[in-house]
Write a protein that binds this ligand. Structure first.
Ligand SMILES: [Zn+2]
Length: 216
């Protein structure tokens, strides 16, 4: 069986992460130095070099300000998907606000690349029932927000617990994050914070070991 890694990137700026929210509230984001274009181009060049295609989960707030970056990602053959609009944890929003946030980001992205957006990843993996309801209603085909890593309490929870990809609704595929688990221990092996914090040798070892287990 061919083993495959699904490579994806969440496209947002450094001041939008939840851990900096107290110092950098959304009202002052417009004043912060943006680094997202330069860094995304670096990723695109690296992917071109190795002829690898990926999915870019883009924040609507970013897409609105940098439409040319969206066109660049799209024209280089990668998938553009939604990371919501305002990067607020979904369970801090009302059901209506969740729907509006996802709808707004989908419309912005579709208007820029002129193509249907079918994938979504929640900020801080804050999957909730309201999110799944909204995605289903808005015609998304897949969600990639479920992170089954029990040590981070900020992540969202769902009632269904399954391994690998699974249909969370009839027409909505769930593509969860990868977590390396043994009987007594677990480590997340998705990127972002974990990729930056672990020594690369450890990250690589965990990823290879995870693939060997044929969990996907
Ligand atoms: Zn994010």
């Amino acid at each position: 069986m061919q083993k495959t890694i699904c490579l994806s990137f969440d496209i947002e700026d450094w001041f939008q992460v939840e851990n900096l929210r107290e110092k950098f509230s959304p009202e002052i984001w417009y004043k912060c130095e943006s680094r997202v274009v330069k860094n995304t181009i670096k990723i695109l060049d690296l992917l071109d070099k190795y002829n690898v295609k990926a999915t870019f989960f883009v924040l609507g707030w970013i897409a609105e300000r940098f439409p040319d970056l969206m066109k660049e990602i799209h024209s280089r053959g990668h998938e553009i998907a939604s990371h919501g609009y305002g990067h607020i944890i979904n369970y801090q929003l009302t059901r209506e606000e969740v729907f509006e946030d996802i709808k707004k980001s989908k419309e912005i992205l579709e208007n820029i690349i002129n193509q249907k957006i079918i994938g979504y990843r929640a900020p801080n993996f804050s999957i909730t029932k309201d999110v799944i309801d909204a995605l289903e209603k808005l015609g998304f085909k897949y969600d990639s927000s479920y992170h089954p890593f029990s040590k981070n309490k900020r992540y969202g929870k769902i009632s269904i617990e399954k391994k690998g990809f699974f249909y969370i609704r009839e027409n909505l595929l769930e593509i969860p994050m990868s977590v390396w688990k043994s009987k007594s221990f677990e480590l997340s092996i998705v990127g972002g914070g974990y990729f930056r914090l672990y020594p690369f040798s450890l990250f690589k070892k965990l990823a290879l070991s995870y693939l060997e287990k044929k969990i996907i």
